[in-house]
Design a protein around this ligand. Structure first.
Ligand SMILES: [Zn+2]
Length: 243
């Protein structure tokens, strides 16, 4: 096949645009941020389960505290009633019994207050653990929101690059003779369609061509369309081909 060196040079532009289109297409379909999303969802679930456990611990502590406070109320009422009865008692034996009960109620109340202090400390640490876990979840949510925004921006950027390269490709392709374009497209469909020959290296496959292959290229006319003997792409000769 024959094609002018200028038309052949257009194939390098096409190859470059096709690489950009592939790259942008891949970037818009699989933004890097999406890889982290399933991990983040799993982390968020584990963190929520942990929070549920901590809230349960706090609920238990609150219920226990309420039970103790109610016991204290009962003890106080009983103690007050006993004190009243003691004040009006005329029977020494009854008085002794009441005094004894008042003393055990006082001991019971002191025990309940000790238990109350323990529970209040537990409540305090449960509150702190819940606040810490809520902060962890807030950070995970922030990361999710940030990734989502970055992912959307990356997709928008890649889509813009894809559209621009696709428009540029159409313009370049329109200037290439149909037969040459068809050959290029056929080759590009299975790999690299065209590569420059720079310093005896095919830029399509990065192979340095042998002396024999270079000898064949030297004997070709400028308007001969030649192929890389290594990868089969259209080899576009340049001023820096080393021929
Ligand atoms: Zn090659």
């Amino acid at each position: 096949m024959k094609a002018s060196p200028a038309d052949q040079a257009h194939l390098l532009e096409l190859a470059d645009l096709d690489a950009r289109i592939r790259h942008a297409d891949n970037a818009r379909r699989n933004p890097a941020q999406t890889a982290r999303v399933p991990e983040l969802v799993a982390e968020r679930q584990a963190q929520s389960a942990e929070l549920t456990g901590l809230l349960g611990v706090r609920d238990d502590a609150r219920a226990e505290l309420a039970r103790i406070e109610s016991d204290v109320t009962v003890v106080d009422a009983r103690s007050a009633r006993d004190a009243e009865r003691l004040a009006t008692s005329t029977n020494a034996k009854d008085a002794q019994g009441l005094e004894h009960e008042i003393a055990s109620l006082a001991k019971r109340k002191s025990d309940l207050e000790d238990a109350e202090l323990v529970i209040m400390e537990q409540l305090e640490s449960a509150d702190a653990a819940i606040a810490a876990q809520e902060a962890v979840i807030a950070r995970t949510n922030e990361e999710g929101a940030r990734l989502s925004a970055e992912g959307k921006a990356a997709v928008a950027d890649a889509t813009a690059r894809f559209d621009a390269a696709t428009r540029d490709r159409a313009a370049v392709a329109a200037s290439v003779p149909a037969e040459l374009l068809a050959l290029y497209d056929r080759l590009a469909a299975r790999g690299v369609g065209a590569g420059a020959l720079v310093r005896r290296t095919c830029e399509g496959c990065r192979m340095v061509l042998s002396g024999t292959d270079l000898q064949v290229l030297r004997s070709a006319h400028d308007d001969d369309v030649v192929m890389c003997p290594e990868c089969g792409c259209i080899l576009v000769r340049t001023d820096d081909s080393g021929l």
